[in-house]
Ligand binder design. Structure first.
Ligand code: EPU
Length: 419
């Protein structure tokens, strides 16, 4: 198993073009199934989760190839409706293929995506919505067998109990080619939903209200292929900004999605860093020790503070001056990285959904294991800010969401190797 070996203590400095968004690219890859032709997706990040999505597309009969950061998907042929348990287990977001497969073929067999990385991640809202759209769903020994009796799902009025990103995506994917109109109330407003809808509109879909809590989709008979550029990854942006801030460095992020990052940037600024934005650029300078964040940092659905940026900002605040408090409101079990940070000298107390971080002047290197994608990134951040060497194991978690993190960090002047 590969490791990251990080020697801490260097200031990060330089310019970085932000990679494309994983959480946009995955549902958009699923959406290509609806087009029945060729789609070219530019700015597609080269990540293990993206390769898993490509394997699912290939297994149902499509052809997905990559050239640099462009993915080309030809979905002229779809001749398989069963996605194996093995493929479903590779990544949790494989579940969004359910809506797309139903939209394309009116049936599919999937399974519950495995693992409990962030606590229980049920799919009850996905299934209830599909049932409301006329899909017959049977669950048998972990397999989920879905079939629209008339060959097509129909529109429905769906009110989500919580604005789930994945459930909103699945409903949109099933609705764009369904019979009639679908209304989603309390829909997720994450920027990645808008990106998915932007792609679908470029393919001929009729969707209104994305980015707001009520989305209206009029089923279109058929969609067509298109060329589309995937938005920048706001969480990868938050990670490298937090890393630079903790190292007391200076960075220019280019190709950034500035308005989408505002909920994160407004909190980061409270640590005393200078942050300037201009069109698609973000400049950050952090000369002195970071200040603690006074107000409680509550993770909330967009436009609140993103749960995916909680771990990396927390790691930066472990070396700040003062006490910061986080409240995790999206996932039940998203503090698993804190044990590793404590092993590196951080002072963190977790009480249910609250984590209290008392800043310490310095961290020290240790042997740790990545617990999940963003938690792993937080460990790299802490290692770069620490004295001495840190070895981070189980880095396959980190490779799911960050393109060659070690090369990016080295480009910014950090000392990080893959061993
Ligand atoms: N939930 C249910 N029932 C459902 C669906 C969700 O109870 O049917 C609960 C979940 O258990 C969770 C909450 O609702 O407590 C939010 O889950 P949501 O469905 O919004 O999350 P997701 O679609 O599974 C996506 C991102 C996550 C990100 C969340 C929240 C992708 C591929 N994943 O997950 O990204 O944290 O939205 O913004 O888009 C990451 O990139 O590291 C990551 C975990």
């Amino acid at each position: 198993m590969q490791k990251f070996i990080v020697k801490g203590g260097r200031r990060l400095r330089g310019e970085l073009a932000l990679q494309g968004s994983k959480n946009s690219a995955l549902p958009i890859m699923a959406a290509t199934l609806l087009c029945g032709g060729e789609c070219r997706l530019n700015n597609c990040p080269r990540l293990t989760d993206i390769y898993s999505a490509s394997r699912i597309l290939n297994c149902v009969g499509c052809r997905c190839t990559f050239s640099e950061n462009t993915a080309v998907v030809d979905s002229s042929v779809v001749n398989e409706t069963v996605i194996s348990e093995e493929l479903m287990r590779e990544m949790r977001s494989s579940i969004i293929f359910m809506g797309a497969m139903l939209g394309r073929t009116g049936e599919c067999t999937v399974s519950v995506p495995g693992g409990c990385e962030l606590g229980p991640r049920p799919i009850d809202m996905h299934l209830a919505a599909m049932r409301k759209m006329g899909v017959d769903i049977r669950e048998s020994y972990g397999r989920i067998i879905c079939r629209a009796p008339s060959g097509k799902a129909h529109g429905a009025r769906i009110s989500l109990a919580f604005p789930s990103v994945g459930a909103t995506e699945n409903i949109i994917l099933c609705a764009v080619t369904a019979e009639g109109e679908t209304v989603i109330n309390n829909a997720a407003r994450e920027p990645e939903i808008r990106d998915l809808c932007g792609f679908l509109r470029a393919c001929g879909a009729n969707i209104k209200g994305d980015g707001e809590s009520k989305i209206i989709i009029k089923g279109a008979g058929k969609l067509h292929g298109c060329e589309y550029t995937i938005m920048a990854d706001r969480i990868v942006g938050a990670t490298y900004l937090s890393m630079t801030a903790a190292s007391r460095g200076e960075i220019i992020l280019t190709n950034a999605c500035v308005p989408e990052m505002e909920p994160f940037l407004s909190v980061l600024e409270q640590t005393g860093c200078s942050v300037y934005t201009n069109e698609n650029k973000i400049y950050l300078r952090s000369g002195a020790r970071l200040k603690a964040v006074k107000d409680r940092i509550r993770t909330m659905p967009h436009p609140g503070f993103p749960t995916d940026a909680q771990a990396v900002l927390m790691a930066a605040l472990t070396v700040s001056d003062g006490t910061s408090v986080f409240e995790e409101n999206i996932f039940d079990c998203r503090y698993r990285h804190t044990d590793a940070l404590v092993k590196m000298g951080a002072d963190i107390q977790v009480l249910g959904k609250v984590a209290i971080i008392k800043g310490t002047p310095r961290l020290h290197g240790a042997a740790v294991e990545a617990t999940d994608l963003r938690g792993g990134a937080a460990m790299v951040l802490a290692a770069l800010a620490a004295e001495g060497t840190t070895e981070i194991d189980r880095i396959s978690h980190i490779d799911r969401g960050y393109e060659k993190m070690e090369e990016t960090v080295r480009k910014l002047g950090g000392d990080m190797q893959r061993g």
